[in-house]
Ligand binder design. Structure first.
Ligand SMILES: [Zn+2]
Ligand SMILES: [Zn+2]
Length: 230
């Protein structure tokens, strides 16, 4: 009976109710996102596999998200300058050179914004699929070449994150904030201080002030008279 084998409207609505995941997830891997990921991949076909062949790789590529530690990092999309040399070796491709990465963050002492550009050296071997190196090393030890492509993003990310200071400072000797008023000590005069009396002694201090007043008032003559008599 064809009518019975057809999916009922009930089944169809069950399908419709099934969690479909976040539809924006799929949309996020849009053409723009794919292009941003692809920008970090080097097509190795031009370089070729002949050991010794070399290629310069000078590019500025927008940073991927998540390249940072708690207080400092590379803003997503910030321009990262790559001055790299790709060299074909027996086991794979050797990537070396420097990368200039803009970083922004917050001073760990005074919370002022911190902005800097790091120039970092890189030297890394990417192993060919099927090479001895690939066979004898873990994926976390030696980076891999996938097909004809080499992904620079993880290398740059790891290099940056390992270099970032856990406690960045606006200046090497930033004095931080005043514990009493919260102002930046470097912006305050050198003798900045607060006369703060511990609340437990506040009453005592007040009594002391009164006693001194009383003593001053009670003594008709100068205290030096007594000393003279002795
Ligand atoms: Zn600071
Ligand atoms: Zn203060």
């Amino acid at each position: 009976m064809p009518a019975a084998s057809r999916p009922s409207s009930g089944a169809a609505s069950t399908d419709a109710r099934r969690p479909v995941g976040d539809p924006t997830d799929g949309a996020a891997t849009s053409a723009a996102e794919k292009a941003a990921i692809k920008a970090w991949k080097v097509d190795l076909r031009e370089l070729g596999r002949r050991a010794g062949s070399m290629r310069e790789w000078e590019k500025t590529i927008p940073a991927r998200p998540g390249w940072g530690v708690e207080m400092i990092g590379v803003p997503e999309g910030a321009p990262v300058d790559l001055h790299l040399r790709l060299e074909s070796v027996m086991e794979g491709v050797l990537v070396s050179g420097t990368i200039d990465v803009p970083v922004t963050g917050q001073c760990a002492r005074c919370l002022e914004p911190v902005e800097d550009t790091f120039e970092l050296d890189v030297q890394e071997l990417y192993a060919y699929e099927g090479s001895t190196t690939e066979a004898t090393s873990g994926e976390d030890e030696v980076r891999r070449i996938e097909g004809d492509q080499l992904d620079l993003a993880p290398l740059v990310r790891d290099t940056v994150v390992l270099t970032l200071p856990l406690s960045p400072t606006c200046t090497p000797d930033c004095a931080g904030l005043c514990a009493d008023c919260g102002e930046r000590l470097d912006d305050l005069p050198a003798d900045h201080s607060h006369e703060v009396i511990d609340p437990r002694f506040a009453g005592l201090a007040a009594r002391f002030a009164n006693l001194t007043d009383d003593a001053d008032g009670a003594q008709p003559g100068p205290g030096s008279t007594d000393t003279e008599e002795n």
